[in-house]
Write a protein that binds this ligand. Sequence first.
Ligand code: NAD
Length: 346
Amino acid sequence: MAVFNQVEFDNHEQVVFCSDEKSGLKAIIAVHNTKLGPAVGGCRLWDYAEDQDAVYDVLRLSKGMTYKNAVARLPFGGGKSVIIGDAKTVKSEALFRAFGKHLERLGGSYYSAEDVNITTGDVMMMHKETNYVLGLEGKSGNPSPFTALGTFLGIKAAYQHKHGHQDLSGVKVSVQGLGAVAYSLCKYLHEAGAQLFVTDINEASVARVVNDFNATAVAIDEIYDLDVDVYAPCALGATVNDETIPRIKASIIAGCANNQLAEPRHGDVLREKGVLYAPDYVINAGGIINVYYETKPEGYDEALATKHVEGIFDTLAEIFKRSDDEQKSTHVIADELALEIIENGL
Ligand code: NAD
């Protein structure tokens, strides 16, 4: 099995394989880069078919956190962890406490938090063994409204860049996925006068947004074919791909989902097509920015967190401008900006 030569390895500082026989814990903690501060990134619980898939996932996600935290101008490095197992059967206090002990052993080079299939309750169980966890109950709270605010401001920044103003009244926006983040995003968009076209696999989520924000419901697959100004992917990754790009009529793609481009080259295809893409890890950083404010010695301050999240508008405006000036795709500029910040400091 390739390790150091694997593309995703990308000079990870440390990768730790963890196990605990009694609780059945099998986990991997990846610390990609700690130049700007301790590595921070959530813990994902997933039933990987092969161990190699878990290694690939954790390395890719951990590197992504280095870039995301840097561009959000947080004093955090990048890291991530995965626990291998079926979320329906593997969860127990013993398992999360065993994982917490492994976090403790790392001595603060990595802080964990929620991610797919991990709740704040699970993180509280890890916390019984370690302080190296973030996003705790009773602290910064639910990150989703902050992710929604950043995404809304990101859509405005994109609209400003394309059209020279930020007035979204009458602007048609399609929203794919109507979960925790997208519900708040739809509220912001509706209040700004946008016309919403929405879809979700969960009918109740659709009904709520149709009712609350006068949105138009569309079929799951129809979302790519709509004649809209903005497409906001807020559910799955890889929805911007060879099959969907020819169908997308929006001139802006800006949403909260992670890993929106199926492959990096799709960012170049969008640019050639004249579609302005707001890089996912830049526009969806509101949640991690909010979490950062619970680490402040003086305590969490919602007003300061909100002000920092509002900076996503300016960061995206800078990326869009540089993309034009340097004739490079926005996802490439975002990565370059991250590397500059890591090299030169915050
Ligand atoms: P969520 O689970 O609350 O919502 C996701 C929604 O997508 C659900 O309503 C689900 O039914 C729907 N969905 C799933 N498959 C679909 C499909 N094929 N078509 C349409 N809808 C579908 O999750 P969330 O917290 O709102 O996060 C949404 C996205 O944003 C995810 O990609 C997540 O990784 C990313 N993100 C979230 C945060 C945060 O603060 N919650 C931060 C950064 C990134």
